[in-house]
Design a protein around this ligand. Sequence first.
Ligand SMILES: [Zn+2]
Ligand SMILES: [Zn+2]
Length: 249
Amino acid sequence: MVKIVISLVILFQMGCSKTEDTASDDIAATGAVDITSVVLNKYFNGVTMATTASSIVLKSNGLPDHKTPYWGEGNALYEDFPEGFHANVNTSMSEHDYTMTITTRPSEATSHEETTLGAIGMALNGVPIYNDREGGNVALDALTITTFDYSGAHPGPGEDYHYHTTGKYTSTDDAKLIGFLRDGFPLYGRRDQDNTYPELDTYGGHVGATADFPDGIYHYHASNINYLNTGYYILKAGSYYGAKGSFTN
Ligand SMILES: [Zn+2]
Ligand SMILES: [Zn+2]
């Protein structure tokens, strides 16, 4: 009899914690939001898109629409490095054949996979988004950051120009949509649309309304930590919130 009572109490408590879940958790967990129209409207710079009922395939050549020293002197989009910065061994960038496939209805994954070296998402201009890691899967250090342009980007050994942080041509201290990660969730600048700095979960995101998703969606924000005091802010570190789609080149 005692056992039955205990079981009932546990059941009752489980029921309670379920009902305490807010509607916003449902938005995140059930894939209630279809991102297709926002994706189709926001990507530019020659990014092509094809959609099915369940997925969106984005293709880009990975070259930015904006100025960077990595275009090379003489190019119309050339600008110098930030003061004291310079190219490392990787001095140039080249066209790629990137394909990112994401779900139309992102939802929380049952197990949260760690992001890894390489593209973890695509900015709205088709440039790959990387996490806070470099070759050898070591955290970005101050020396590597001196190879960044004003956009917090540089090419790797494969001449693959990519963003690690916020920057002049994507988002600085604002609520701009930067791109989508491979799990289909959008990535925003450091602020929310009400201009506040949101409190983020361990994945670097939260549920709330954005300019693009006024009814609310789970979304990431760039870190609000001045990384190694460099003035750059990491776009995304740690694990994905949802299940990642593919990114090939
Ligand atoms: Zn890099
Ligand atoms: Zn937010």
